[in-house]
Design a protein around this ligand. Structure first.
Ligand code: HEM
Length: 554
């Protein structure tokens, strides 16, 4: 009998005929039923009794995927729902409290919420909770080898120290003018500000928020931190290279670091090109010192030595500069975008900001003189506006570490009963979400409202939180003394050994940009206030536009 006959007459009844077709059929049936079987087993597994010391597992139907979709769409909503009440098919089921575990694409993630939860993660020992294991798959292909999370933590601390010493007040004094100059130049030349360029103070134009603030941020950061050569190339051939690198810095590239897709190939090619370009500048600066009197971060890094006396290698300097560019870009541009949106929305605050400019910088002929770093620090409305935006919209919603050993959770954070303590098992990702504390209605009055006035009261909750964040016990993790501050309900720049080193620069960059814009433009929203987009790398507004009109005295 031929094989053809077997497949064309499966009903003929001989043993051979029955066996041959049943194998593919069985395979097909198994394949169709596999998801159902997997879901069933997953449900049964979740119903089995679990060790009391393990934090509760968030209920999920689909194995491997777990709660990825809910977390990815709206992490804050997901955290709150888990803490307060969890639902299965609309039925309230469990209240997990401040410590729970969820499944994220096959990984176990244990979340610790509230100020104690933040303290647990951000104040944890590096030997127990490591950042590099979680962040490296995202950052190393973009930043490059041997820096930040592609090196031992002690080396990262030294690299942070190198950068910090180059961010001095003297440099900041010079940066203010450069930033204002870039913003002014952008308004005067970019086609998105055509109406501004027409010099007609009665006509309103509209600009796309994300695009404009992203471009302003990269121009101001490269002019100040990155150095002359990078700034010059940015508007020419480097815009595309940066674009390709940036498009490799997404949640997808984090979760699945190597896929055979064009965006991955372009990311790798852009990293190599950018790294080679920085290294060629380094060589040129070394070979022609007479041509380079630059006083930028690169010049400073060239002079630094690790504790054992070795200088930084060229590729390390290149990769630190790429890391700074990427670390500052999304964080600062989304913060600037949110701030300007709120200013456009709140005419009273916009007026107060403009009045503040006139009061501090007004000239007898009705104009405004240049902004200076020292005076910037005295602008109370401006300061309140930036702080309030970072409270409501910190760009990083989840801070993660990998547990290198079983770590007990303090009873004050979460304990199922008096005689049991939760233990986060080795291998779990541990996650804090300071934004949950920054929006906690038990701490902040009218927590969801953008209200800069709350920062005016020197004895109010906001001022106390700020004090707790920046004053009190100081620790040196290897990059200078930083305030421990992990228990403050306000942590926009993180805390502990991984605290941001770009904080002062970011404040300066955002504040100067606001001044430069508010002096020249009147703003209002084009439509309703945009919602948050949590699916991008940082929490940013969904695409929207701001309406603008040139100010009379600009
Ligand atoms: C770390 C926020 C701007 C460079 C961090 C962390 C946060 C943060 C929350 C801690 C991450 C963690 O613990 O896992 C912000 C915000 C910014 C901003 C809100 C702007 C509004 C910048 C800028 C730079 C920068 C402009 C560079 C000039 C860094 C670096 C780290 C860091 C190098 C240290 C990473 C580590 O030690 O693991 N930032 N950042 N940031 N940030 Fe920023």
């Amino acid at each position: 009998m031929s094989a053809n006959a077997t497949f064309s007459e499966p009903w003929s009844g001989t043993l051979t005929h029955l066996e041959w077709p049943s194998t593919p059929r069985l395979a097909l049936i198994t394949l169709i039923n596999f998801p159902v079987l997997a879901i069933l087993l997953n449900v049964l597994w979740q119903l089995l009794p679990r060790p009391k010391s393990q934090p509760p597992l968030v209920w999920h139907w689909i194995p491997f995927l777990g709660s990825a979709a809910t977390y990815g769409r709206d992490p804050i909503g997901f955290f709150r729902q888990c803490r307060e009440k969890s639902f299965i098919m609309q039925m309230p089921l469990l209240q997990y409290g401040n410590c729970f575990t969820f499944i994220l694409l096959g990984k176990r993630v244990t979340v610790t919420l509230g100020t104690r939860g933040n303290d647990y993660v951000l104040g944890g020992k590096h030997t127990q909770l490591a950042a590099e294991d979680v962040y490296s798959p995202l950052t190393t292909p973009v930043f490059g080898k041997d820096v930040v999370y592609d090196c031992p933590n002690e080396k990262l601390m030294e690299q942070k120290r190198f950068v910090k010493v180059s961010l001095t007040i003297d440099k900041f004094r010079a940066y203010v003018g450069m930033i204002e100059d870039e913003i002014k130049g952008y308004l005067e030349t970019d086609p998105k500000f055509r109406v501004y360029q027409m010099d007609d103070i009665n006509e309103w134009g509209a600009f796309p928020v994300l695009e404009v603030f992203s471009e302003m941020t990269i121009l101001t950061a490269s002019r100040t931190l990155q150095g002359r050569e990078i700034r010059e190339r940015l508007t020419k051939d480097y815009a595309q290279v940066y674009h390709d690198l940036d498009h490799g810095f997404t949640p997808l590239h984090w979760m699945i670091p190597n896929l055979p897709l064009p965006s991955y190939r372009k990311r790798d090619a852009a990293q190599a090109k950018m790294s080679a370009f920085y290294q060629s500048i380094l060589r040129h600066r070394r070979e022609h010192p007479e041509e380079h009197q630059d006083d930028d971060v690169m010049a400073s890094l060239m002079k630094q030595r690790y504790r054992d006396g070795t200088p930084l290698r060229d590729h390390e300097i290149a990769h630190i500069l790429i890391a700074l560019l990427m670390a500052g870009q999304h964080t600062s541009s989304s913060s600037l975008a949110w701030t300007m949106l709120h200013i456009a929305d709140r005419q009273d605050i916009q007026e107060a900001l403009y009045e503040e400019q006139v009061k501090h910088f007004g000239t007898p002929d009705g104009g405004l003189r240049d902004i200076t770093y020292d005076e910037l620090r005295d602008l109370k409305v401006l300061d309140a506006v930036v702080r309030e935006t970072l409270r409501l919209h910190p760009p990083i919603h989840s801070i993660m570490r990998m547990a290198h050993e079983d770590i007990p959770v303090p009873a004050t954070l979460a304990a199922p009963s008096e005689d049991v303590t939760y233990v986060v098992p080795k291998g779990d990702i541990v996650m804090a979400s300071p934004i949950v504390s920054q929006l906690d209605p038990t701490v902040w009055e009218d927590a969801e409202t953008w209200e800069p006035l709350r920062w005016y009261d020197d004895k109010g909750v906001a001022a106390q939180a700020h004090k707790q964040y920046n004053e009190g016990e100081k620790i040196d993790f290897g990059f200078g003394l930083v305030s421990k501050g992990t228990v403050s309900p306000y942590l926009p720049f993180g805390a502990g050994r991984h605290r941001c080193i770009g904080e002062q620069f970011a404040y300066l960059q955002i504040s100067t940009a606001i001044c430069a814009l508010i002096r020249r433009l009147e703003l209002k929203l084009e439509s309703d206030f945009p919602k948050s987009d949590y699916e991008s790398m940082m929490v940013q507004p969904l695409p929207c536009k701001i309406l603008y009109r040139r100010r009379k005295f600009d």
